[in-house]
Design a protein around this ligand. Structure first.
Ligand code: SF4
Length: 363
Protein backbone atom coordinates (compact mmCIF):
# COMPACT_ATOMS: atom_id res chain seq x y z
CA UNK A 1 0.00 0.00 0.00
CA UNK A 2 1.41 3.41 -0.94
CA UNK A 3 1.44 6.29 1.52
CA UNK A 4 -1.63 7.90 -0.04
CA UNK A 5 -3.70 4.75 -0.53
CA UNK A 6 -4.62 4.50 3.15
CA UNK A 7 -6.13 8.01 2.84
CA UNK A 8 -8.41 6.72 0.07
CA UNK A 9 -9.38 3.31 1.47
CA UNK A 10 -13.13 2.80 1.71
CA UNK A 11 -13.03 1.22 5.20
CA UNK A 12 -10.94 4.05 6.66
CA UNK A 13 -13.22 6.67 5.17
CA UNK A 14 -16.37 4.88 6.35
CA UNK A 15 -14.91 4.65 9.85
CA UNK A 16 -14.46 8.44 10.07
CA UNK A 17 -17.82 9.08 8.40
CA UNK A 18 -19.50 7.03 11.12
CA UNK A 19 -17.63 9.05 13.78
CA UNK A 20 -18.98 12.24 12.18
CA UNK A 21 -22.47 10.71 12.42
CA UNK A 22 -21.88 9.85 16.09
CA UNK A 23 -20.80 13.42 16.91
CA UNK A 24 -23.35 15.48 15.00
CA UNK A 25 -26.64 16.44 16.65
CA UNK A 26 -27.84 19.41 14.61
CA UNK A 27 -27.43 21.14 11.23
CA UNK A 28 -24.07 22.77 10.48
CA UNK A 29 -22.86 24.72 7.43
CA UNK A 30 -19.15 24.22 6.80
CA UNK A 31 -17.16 25.87 4.01
CA UNK A 32 -14.24 24.17 2.32
CA UNK A 33 -12.23 27.16 1.17
CA UNK A 34 -10.22 25.46 -1.52
CA UNK A 35 -11.46 24.49 -4.97
CA UNK A 36 -9.11 21.49 -4.91
CA UNK A 37 -11.03 20.21 -1.89
CA UNK A 38 -14.34 20.85 -3.68
CA UNK A 39 -13.17 18.66 -6.54
CA UNK A 40 -11.97 15.94 -4.13
CA UNK A 41 -15.34 15.99 -2.34
CA UNK A 42 -17.31 15.73 -5.57
CA UNK A 43 -14.98 13.17 -7.17
CA UNK A 44 -15.04 10.84 -4.15
CA UNK A 45 -18.80 11.24 -3.58
CA UNK A 46 -18.33 12.47 0.00
CA UNK A 47 -21.14 15.00 -0.50
CA UNK A 48 -23.56 12.05 -0.76
CA UNK A 49 -22.06 10.08 2.13
CA UNK A 50 -22.03 12.72 4.86
CA UNK A 51 -24.83 12.87 7.42
CA UNK A 52 -27.74 15.06 6.29
CA UNK A 53 -26.96 17.54 9.06
CA UNK A 54 -23.69 18.58 7.36
CA UNK A 55 -23.94 21.06 4.50
CA UNK A 56 -20.69 21.67 2.67
CA UNK A 57 -20.50 25.12 1.09
CA UNK A 58 -17.92 25.70 -1.60
CA UNK A 59 -15.57 28.61 -1.05
CA UNK A 60 -13.66 31.07 -3.21
CA UNK A 61 -10.34 29.21 -3.15
CA UNK A 62 -9.87 28.86 -6.88
CA UNK A 63 -7.19 31.29 -8.13
CA UNK A 64 -8.35 31.19 -11.73
CA UNK A 65 -11.96 31.91 -10.68
CA UNK A 66 -11.20 34.92 -8.49
CA UNK A 67 -8.71 36.67 -10.79
CA UNK A 68 -10.53 39.91 -11.50
CA UNK A 69 -12.15 40.57 -14.85
CA UNK A 70 -10.14 43.78 -15.02
CA UNK A 71 -6.86 41.86 -14.79
CA UNK A 72 -8.04 39.29 -17.36
CA UNK A 73 -8.86 42.17 -19.73
CA UNK A 74 -5.46 43.73 -19.00
CA UNK A 75 -3.81 40.39 -19.81
CA UNK A 76 -5.70 40.29 -23.11
CA UNK A 77 -4.70 43.88 -23.89
CA UNK A 78 -1.01 43.20 -23.20
CA UNK A 79 -1.00 39.83 -25.00
CA UNK A 80 -2.47 41.47 -28.12
CA UNK A 81 0.60 43.68 -28.64
CA UNK A 82 3.06 42.84 -31.42
CA UNK A 83 6.27 42.78 -29.41
CA UNK A 84 4.91 40.69 -26.50
CA UNK A 85 5.22 37.02 -25.61
CA UNK A 86 2.51 36.47 -22.99
CA UNK A 87 2.93 33.43 -20.71
CA UNK A 88 0.42 31.92 -18.34
CA UNK A 89 -0.70 28.79 -16.56
CA UNK A 90 -2.99 26.91 -18.96
CA UNK A 91 -6.37 27.41 -17.27
CA UNK A 92 -6.20 31.20 -17.61
CA UNK A 93 -6.29 31.01 -21.42
CA UNK A 94 -9.96 29.99 -21.46
CA UNK A 95 -11.21 32.38 -18.79
CA UNK A 96 -13.72 34.75 -20.40
CA UNK A 97 -12.75 38.43 -20.43
CA UNK A 98 -15.27 41.16 -21.18
CA UNK A 99 -15.20 40.40 -24.90
CA UNK A 100 -12.73 37.59 -25.56
CA UNK A 101 -10.22 35.27 -23.92
CA UNK A 102 -6.47 34.68 -24.24
CA UNK A 103 -7.07 31.70 -26.53
CA UNK A 104 -8.76 33.98 -29.04
CA UNK A 105 -5.75 36.32 -28.85
CA UNK A 106 -3.55 33.36 -29.75
CA UNK A 107 -5.93 32.29 -32.52
CA UNK A 108 -5.67 35.75 -34.06
CA UNK A 109 -1.86 35.64 -34.11
CA UNK A 110 -0.83 36.73 -30.61
CA UNK A 111 2.15 34.96 -29.04
CA UNK A 112 0.44 33.45 -25.98
CA UNK A 113 2.22 30.48 -24.41
CA UNK A 114 1.35 28.05 -21.63
CA UNK A 115 4.10 27.65 -19.03
CA UNK A 116 4.31 25.54 -15.89
CA UNK A 117 6.33 27.98 -13.80
CA UNK A 118 7.43 31.59 -13.67
CA UNK A 119 11.03 30.45 -14.19
CA UNK A 120 10.00 28.94 -17.53
CA UNK A 121 8.68 32.36 -18.48
CA UNK A 122 11.96 33.94 -17.37
CA UNK A 123 13.87 31.46 -19.56
CA UNK A 124 11.77 32.58 -22.54
CA UNK A 125 12.71 36.19 -21.72
CA UNK A 126 16.38 35.18 -21.82
CA UNK A 127 15.88 33.39 -25.14
CA UNK A 128 14.01 36.29 -26.80
CA UNK A 129 15.77 39.49 -25.67
CA UNK A 130 14.13 41.46 -28.51
CA UNK A 131 10.64 40.71 -27.08
CA UNK A 132 8.79 41.79 -23.93
CA UNK A 133 7.94 38.61 -22.02
CA UNK A 134 5.08 38.83 -19.52
CA UNK A 135 4.05 36.19 -16.98
CA UNK A 136 0.50 36.13 -15.57
CA UNK A 137 1.32 35.64 -11.87
CA UNK A 138 -1.94 34.38 -10.39
CA UNK A 139 -2.64 32.40 -7.26
CA UNK A 140 -2.93 32.21 -3.52
CA UNK A 141 -0.15 31.91 -0.97
CA UNK A 142 0.87 28.63 -2.61
CA UNK A 143 2.19 30.26 -5.80
CA UNK A 144 3.36 33.57 -4.35
CA UNK A 145 6.90 32.47 -3.35
CA UNK A 146 7.58 30.63 -6.64
CA UNK A 147 6.23 33.52 -8.71
CA UNK A 148 8.35 35.96 -6.69
CA UNK A 149 11.50 34.02 -7.52
CA UNK A 150 11.22 35.07 -11.18
CA UNK A 151 11.40 38.80 -10.45
CA UNK A 152 14.21 38.26 -7.94
CA UNK A 153 16.17 36.32 -10.59
CA UNK A 154 15.30 38.88 -13.28
CA UNK A 155 16.75 41.65 -11.12
CA UNK A 156 19.84 39.62 -10.16
CA UNK A 157 20.54 38.78 -13.80
CA UNK A 158 19.60 42.20 -15.21
CA UNK A 159 16.88 40.74 -17.46
CA UNK A 160 15.02 43.89 -18.47
CA UNK A 161 12.49 42.41 -20.92
CA UNK A 162 10.63 40.38 -18.25
CA UNK A 163 7.61 41.49 -16.23
CA UNK A 164 4.78 39.95 -14.23
CA UNK A 165 1.07 40.77 -14.28
CA UNK A 166 0.40 40.19 -10.59
CA UNK A 167 -2.84 38.71 -9.30
CA UNK A 168 -1.71 37.23 -5.99
CA UNK A 169 -4.50 36.79 -3.43
CA UNK A 170 -4.58 35.87 0.27
CA UNK A 171 -6.97 33.59 2.11
CA UNK A 172 -7.33 35.20 5.59
CA UNK A 173 -8.84 38.52 4.36
CA UNK A 174 -11.34 36.54 2.24
CA UNK A 175 -12.39 34.53 5.29
CA UNK A 176 -12.93 37.76 7.20
CA UNK A 177 -14.99 39.17 4.32
CA UNK A 178 -17.20 36.06 4.26
CA UNK A 179 -17.67 35.97 8.02
CA UNK A 180 -18.30 39.71 8.19
CA UNK A 181 -21.01 39.68 5.52
CA UNK A 182 -24.59 40.13 6.69
CA UNK A 183 -25.49 37.21 4.37
CA UNK A 184 -23.00 34.87 5.99
CA UNK A 185 -24.19 31.45 7.14
CA UNK A 186 -20.81 29.70 7.44
CA UNK A 187 -20.33 28.18 10.89
CA UNK A 188 -16.99 26.44 10.39
CA UNK A 189 -14.15 26.37 7.89
CA UNK A 190 -11.92 23.72 6.37
CA UNK A 191 -8.72 25.67 5.72
CA UNK A 192 -6.67 24.66 2.69
CA UNK A 193 -3.77 22.41 3.67
CA UNK A 194 -1.42 23.51 0.89
CA UNK A 195 -1.86 27.20 1.73
CA UNK A 196 -1.15 26.40 5.39
CA UNK A 197 1.91 24.35 4.37
CA UNK A 198 3.38 27.67 3.18
CA UNK A 199 1.88 30.15 5.65
CA UNK A 200 1.24 27.97 8.71
CA UNK A 201 -2.00 28.56 10.56
CA UNK A 202 -1.08 31.27 13.06
CA UNK A 203 -2.95 33.81 10.88
CA UNK A 204 -6.21 31.90 11.41
CA UNK A 205 -6.18 31.92 15.21
CA UNK A 206 -7.39 35.53 15.60
CA UNK A 207 -10.09 34.92 12.96
CA UNK A 208 -11.45 31.87 14.82
CA UNK A 209 -11.49 33.83 18.05
CA UNK A 210 -12.93 37.10 16.69
CA UNK A 211 -15.73 35.48 14.68
CA UNK A 212 -16.27 32.54 17.05
CA UNK A 213 -15.82 30.17 14.14
CA UNK A 214 -13.86 26.91 14.30
CA UNK A 215 -11.25 26.36 11.59
CA UNK A 216 -9.65 23.02 10.74
CA UNK A 217 -6.53 22.76 8.61
CA UNK A 218 -7.48 20.03 6.15
CA UNK A 219 -5.76 18.00 3.44
CA UNK A 220 -7.02 16.80 0.09
CA UNK A 221 -7.51 13.04 0.23
CA UNK A 222 -11.00 11.74 1.10
CA UNK A 223 -9.83 10.62 4.55
CA UNK A 224 -8.17 14.01 5.18
CA UNK A 225 -11.40 15.79 4.32
CA UNK A 226 -13.43 13.50 6.58
CA UNK A 227 -10.99 14.17 9.44
CA UNK A 228 -11.29 17.90 8.81
CA UNK A 229 -15.07 17.70 8.94
CA UNK A 230 -14.98 15.51 12.06
CA UNK A 231 -12.73 17.96 13.95
CA UNK A 232 -14.89 20.90 12.85
CA UNK A 233 -18.10 19.13 13.93
CA UNK A 234 -16.58 18.29 17.32
CA UNK A 235 -15.70 21.95 17.87
CA UNK A 236 -19.11 23.16 16.70
CA UNK A 237 -20.95 20.69 18.91
CA UNK A 238 -18.90 21.63 21.98
CA UNK A 239 -19.02 25.39 21.31
CA UNK A 240 -15.25 25.73 20.78
CA UNK A 241 -13.81 28.26 18.30
CA UNK A 242 -10.26 27.13 17.79
CA UNK A 243 -7.87 26.22 15.00
CA UNK A 244 -7.16 22.49 14.78
CA UNK A 245 -4.52 21.01 12.51
CA UNK A 246 -5.94 17.86 10.91
CA UNK A 247 -3.12 17.76 8.34
CA UNK A 248 -0.05 17.46 10.61
CA UNK A 249 1.89 15.29 8.17
CA UNK A 250 2.30 18.41 6.02
CA UNK A 251 1.43 21.53 8.04
CA UNK A 252 3.03 23.17 11.06
CA UNK A 253 1.74 26.24 12.91
CA UNK A 254 4.62 28.39 11.63
CA UNK A 255 4.59 27.06 8.05
CA UNK A 256 7.45 27.32 5.58
CA UNK A 257 9.40 30.29 6.90
CA UNK A 258 11.93 30.59 4.03
CA UNK A 259 8.96 30.77 1.62
CA UNK A 260 7.31 33.44 3.79
CA UNK A 261 10.59 35.40 3.70
CA UNK A 262 10.52 35.26 -0.10
CA UNK A 263 7.01 36.73 -0.03
CA UNK A 264 8.02 39.49 2.41
CA UNK A 265 11.05 40.33 0.29
CA UNK A 266 9.22 40.75 -3.04
CA UNK A 267 5.66 41.84 -2.23
CA UNK A 268 3.63 44.19 -0.10
CA UNK A 269 -0.06 43.76 0.85
CA UNK A 270 -2.64 45.60 -1.26
CA UNK A 271 -6.39 45.83 -1.74
CA UNK A 272 -7.50 43.46 -4.48
CA UNK A 273 -10.63 42.90 -6.58
CA UNK A 274 -11.96 39.32 -6.52
CA UNK A 275 -14.02 38.35 -9.54
CA UNK A 276 -17.70 38.14 -8.68
CA UNK A 277 -17.05 39.23 -5.09
CA UNK A 278 -15.58 42.73 -5.33
CA UNK A 279 -12.78 44.48 -3.52
CA UNK A 280 -11.50 42.84 -0.35
CA UNK A 281 -9.20 45.11 1.66
CA UNK A 282 -5.59 43.95 1.92
CA UNK A 283 -6.45 40.64 0.25
CA UNK A 284 -3.65 40.73 -2.31
CA UNK A 285 0.03 41.21 -2.78
CA UNK A 286 1.72 43.50 -5.30
CA UNK A 287 5.41 43.85 -6.08
CA UNK A 288 7.10 46.20 -3.63
CA UNK A 289 9.28 49.23 -4.46
CA UNK A 290 12.34 47.07 -4.90
CA UNK A 291 10.73 45.10 -7.75
CA UNK A 292 8.09 47.46 -9.18
CA UNK A 293 10.09 47.85 -12.42
CA UNK A 294 8.89 44.27 -13.18
CA UNK A 295 5.21 45.14 -12.70
CA UNK A 296 3.51 44.61 -16.09
CA UNK A 297 0.61 46.95 -15.23
CA UNK A 298 3.07 49.82 -14.82
CA UNK A 299 5.21 48.84 -17.80
CA UNK A 300 2.31 48.60 -20.26
CA UNK A 301 0.12 51.41 -18.91
CA UNK A 302 -3.15 49.46 -18.88
CA UNK A 303 -4.95 51.56 -16.28
CA UNK A 304 -8.12 52.48 -18.13
CA UNK A 305 -9.92 49.21 -18.78
CA UNK A 306 -13.73 49.11 -19.01
CA UNK A 307 -15.08 45.73 -18.00
CA UNK A 308 -18.38 44.02 -18.74
CA UNK A 309 -19.33 40.88 -16.82
CA UNK A 310 -21.72 38.25 -18.22
CA UNK A 311 -25.39 39.01 -17.44
CA UNK A 312 -26.08 35.31 -16.95
CA UNK A 313 -23.22 34.03 -14.79
CA UNK A 314 -23.82 33.85 -11.02
CA UNK A 315 -20.31 32.67 -10.16
CA UNK A 316 -19.93 35.54 -7.69
CA UNK A 317 -22.75 34.11 -5.59
CA UNK A 318 -21.21 30.64 -5.86
CA UNK A 319 -17.79 31.89 -4.79
CA UNK A 320 -19.37 33.50 -1.72
CA UNK A 321 -21.16 30.26 -0.84
CA UNK A 322 -24.61 31.81 -1.44
CA UNK A 323 -25.60 29.55 -4.37
CA UNK A 324 -24.62 26.11 -5.65
CA UNK A 325 -23.51 25.66 -9.30
CA UNK A 326 -26.61 23.69 -10.28
CA UNK A 327 -28.77 26.62 -9.16
CA UNK A 328 -27.40 28.61 -12.10
CA UNK A 329 -29.91 28.53 -14.98
CA UNK A 330 -27.07 28.22 -17.49
CA UNK A 331 -25.38 25.26 -15.76
CA UNK A 332 -24.82 22.38 -18.21
CA UNK A 333 -26.86 24.05 -20.96
CA UNK A 334 -25.60 27.46 -22.05
CA UNK A 335 -22.49 26.99 -19.91
CA UNK A 336 -20.29 23.88 -20.17
CA UNK A 337 -16.53 23.26 -19.93
CA UNK A 338 -16.45 23.41 -23.74
CA UNK A 339 -18.29 26.73 -23.77
CA UNK A 340 -17.71 28.37 -20.38
CA UNK A 341 -19.51 31.58 -19.50
CA UNK A 342 -17.65 32.01 -16.21
CA UNK A 343 -14.26 31.19 -14.73
CA UNK A 344 -15.75 28.68 -12.27
CA UNK A 345 -16.62 26.43 -15.24
CA UNK A 346 -13.11 26.75 -16.71
CA UNK A 347 -10.76 26.01 -13.89
CA UNK A 348 -9.73 22.58 -12.69
CA UNK A 349 -10.52 23.98 -9.22
CA UNK A 350 -13.80 25.71 -10.12
CA UNK A 351 -17.00 24.61 -8.39
CA UNK A 352 -19.09 24.64 -11.59
CA UNK A 353 -16.51 22.43 -13.30
CA UNK A 354 -16.54 20.03 -10.31
CA UNK A 355 -20.35 19.77 -10.42
CA UNK A 356 -20.27 19.27 -14.18
CA UNK A 357 -17.66 16.52 -14.14
CA UNK A 358 -18.76 14.59 -11.05
CA UNK A 359 -22.51 15.25 -10.87
CA UNK A 360 -24.22 17.86 -8.78
CA UNK A 361 -25.36 15.65 -5.88
CA UNK A 362 -26.51 18.79 -4.08
CA UNK A 363 -26.75 18.70 -0.31
S1 SF4 B 1 -22.60 27.45 -14.57
FE1 SF4 B 1 -21.46 28.87 -15.90
S2 SF4 B 1 -22.77 30.69 -16.04
FE2 SF4 B 1 -23.46 29.50 -14.27
S3 SF4 B 1 -22.32 30.31 -12.53
FE3 SF4 B 1 -21.14 28.57 -13.29
S4 SF4 B 1 -19.68 29.51 -14.71
FE4 SF4 B 1 -21.29 31.05 -14.38
Amino acid sequence: MTLLEKFRTKENVQNVLSKIGDNVSQDWAIMEICGGQTHAIMQSGLHDLLPDEIELIHGPGCPVCVTSLELVDKAISIASRDNVIFTSYGDMLRVPGSERDLFSVRASGGDVRVVYSSLEALRIARDYPEKEVVFFGIGFETTAPANAISVVKAKENNIKNYSMLVSQVRVPPAMRAILGSELNRIQGFLAAGHVCAVMGYWEYEPIAEEYRTPITVTGFEPLDICYGILETVKMLESGRSEVVNAYPRVVTREGNQPAQKFIENAYEPCDRQWRGIGMIPMSGWKLNNQYEEFDAERRFGVENINTKESDICISGLILQGLKKPDECPAFGTLCTPQNPLGATMVSSEGACSAYYHYGSGRK
